[in-house]
Design a protein. Structure first.
Length: 552
């Protein structure tokens, strides 16, 4: 433990509230490299044990952020008038002492070999045994249920969608939730039929690893994973051997059904003969871990009901006692103590400026990002803005603070009017906005901002760019330190870059919060069309002319 670092950071946490030290309104806020350094050194100290969601170390980090918000004079934004929005998290896995299985007509098939059944937190740590008849329902789309009675029965459905669908019909079919389709008709569960053709395109071994591993999700007020009750009680993927048993004694064999699909036909549904029994026992542990939320209320009577979110995830990967060597702690200095430190420094700048923006700003330290964006999903599903509305999210996740960056990348900038806002903020500092340097990684869907995107909110994910040595620094960090115990404060941090990154985020948030119009998705944007139908759009900007080739 680096106790001196803890004492230094704690003394900062007890400093005089910033509103007592406000700068003259005519001055632009200053940004402190020392403050960024202090935040990172505290949050990434061994004392916090890697800040894994639901642990003592994370709770210490959450308390630290809450006291900083309080010192700045922000308004508590959590539930019940506090700083925390508690997120119920369920850790769950299959009980190895009671192997899951599916029995078809008296023949038992083992989980992992012929069938894939995952654990569920919905029924707690109890054995779940379900028995019922089975109905084949084609591809499991709404149209496939015509004339079928599936109440209190299992539904067997094909993977994918019918061949020959094009355009809007294909898109609509692909968007249907087959579990929900069965659940709203009273089905017990869904048995997904994996054909020989499917097996040529998927790895059963990889899928097996996913279904059999321990997982985590958040629970809604109804106790349902992800807050949604699909209606069905279980889902299972089965290989062709199980399919053959399911279709035994039926008008068509499984092989005939699979062949018809390959030929482009759309099989109609019918009742199957054998009864099915599914068995599984889940091991479930429920913990609460908070999102920490501070609000800077807006000054405009009308626009203050619109909220700009500045988010950064507070959690990391905890301690792994099985790691070789003496260091067992994933300190997460860059990922994401650096992002949280940036968010805190932006909050300080707003609070000490003496001038509130027109819109309100939510400063949020999120939990359980490393477990699948769970804290942000919960906040997006259950926003803490009352009758107000979240209009934008700027997400800070793992800025590489190892060099003097001269450009930034805003993943998602091309999708909404947030892009020009980021570009203008950078221009004020001599920092350019660069396109995504790794489009193949699809990073736009891999951090907390995407939870807000799915709620219809224009969002960007901001990181330092690849110019001026950034590419080399970024790639080296990914290769040697990302999600490793070496992501700690003895890396060669450039703390001035941290202050610079805070300043550009301040300028971005300030323009969003003071603009006459809230950010809008561009016309024809796929994310806006999918997640924000009916919202006003902005015209898509004309493509920028290509840069002239350099003279030799």
């Amino acid at each position: 433990m680096r106790i001196p670092l803890f004492l230094t950071a704690l003394s900062l946490g007890l400093a005089t509230p910033a509103f007592a030290q406000t700068a003259p309104k005519s001055e632009e806020p200053t940004f402190s490299a020392a403050a960024v350094k202090a935040h990172v050194e505290f949050l990434a100290d061994d004392l916090l044990e890697g800040r894994n969601a639901g642990t003592r170390g994370f709770d210490i980090a959450a308390r630290y952020v809450a006291t900083r918000f309080e010192a700045l004079g922000l308004k508590p934004g959590g539930t019940n008038g506090g700083w925390y929005q508690q997120v119920p998290l369920a850790e769950f896995s299959l009980d190895p002492a009671a192997p899951a299985s599916i029995t078809v007509g008296g023949k038992k098939f083992a989980n992992g070999e012929d069938v894939l059944i995952g654990a569920s937190p919905r029924y707690g740590s109890t054995a779940q045994v379900l028995t019922g008849n089975v109905v084949f329902a084609g591809f499991g789309l709404n149209d496939d249920y015509a004339g079928l009675d599936v109440k209190d029965k299992f539904v067997a459905v094909l993977l994918g969608t019918p061949r020959g669908l094009t355009g809007a019909a294909a898109e609509a079919a692909g968007a249907e939730d087959k579990g929900a389709n069965a659940g709203k008709r009273g089905a017990l569960g869904v048995i997904y039929l994996v054909s020989p053709e499917n097996l040529q395109r998927m790895s059963w071994a990889s899928a097996r690893g996913y279904f059999l591993r321990s997982q985590m999700t958040w629970l809604g007020p109804n106790g349902a994973p992800g807050g949604e009750d699909p209606g069905i009680k279980i889902g299972a993927y089965t290989n062709p051997a199980v399919a053959a048993a399911l279709f035994a004694g039926s008008p068509q064999t499984a092989e005939q059904v699979f062949a018809a699909v390959t030929a482009g036909e759309r099989p109609k549904g019918f009742a199957l003969t054998p009864k099915v029994t599914t068995e599984r026992t889940s091991k479930v542990k429920i913990v609460n871990s908070p999102n920490v939320i501070g609000i800077l209320p807006g000054s405009d009577p009308r626009l203050s009901a619109e909220y700009v979110v500045l988010s950064a995830h507070l959690d990391h990967d905890g301690v792994d006692p099985n790691l070789p060597g003496p260091d067992k702690t994933y300190n997460g200095a860059m990922d994401n103590a650096a992002g949280v430190a940036t968010m805190l420094e932006v909050a300080r700048a707003f609070a000490e400026s003496g001038k509130r923006p027109k819109r309100s700003i939510l400063f949020v330290a999120l939990t359980a990002e490393e477990d699948g964006l769970l804290g942000s999903e919960y906040l997006a599903k259950y926003p803490v803005v009352g009758s107000g509305k979240v209009v934008a999210d700027v997400n800070l996740d793992m800025p590489i603070l190892l060099y003097d960056f001269t450009d930034v990348v805003a993943f998602g900038a091309e999708h909404s009017t947030l892009g020009p806002i980021v570009e203008r903020a950078g221009a004020r500092m001599g920092v350019t906005l660069s396109p995504d340097p790794m489009p193949e990684e699809n990073l736009f869907v891999r951090s907390d901002h995407y939870s807000f995107v799915k709620a219809g909110v224009p969002s960007v994910f901001l990181v330092t760019g690849w110019a001026n040595g950034g590419k080399e620094a970024f790639q080296k960090f990914l290769a040697t330190d990302y999600h490793k115990v070496t992501d700690q404060t003895n890396l060669p941090f450039n703390w001035e870059a941290g202050a610079k990154f805070a300043k550009i985020n301040y300028l971005i948030a300030a323009e969003i919060a003071n603009a006459p119009e809230a950010p809008r998705w561009y016309e024809g944007n796929k994310y806006g069309d999918q997640y924000a139908p009916g919202q006003p759009r902005a015209p898509r900007p004309a493509p920028k002319p290509a840069a002239a080739p350099a003279k030799k």
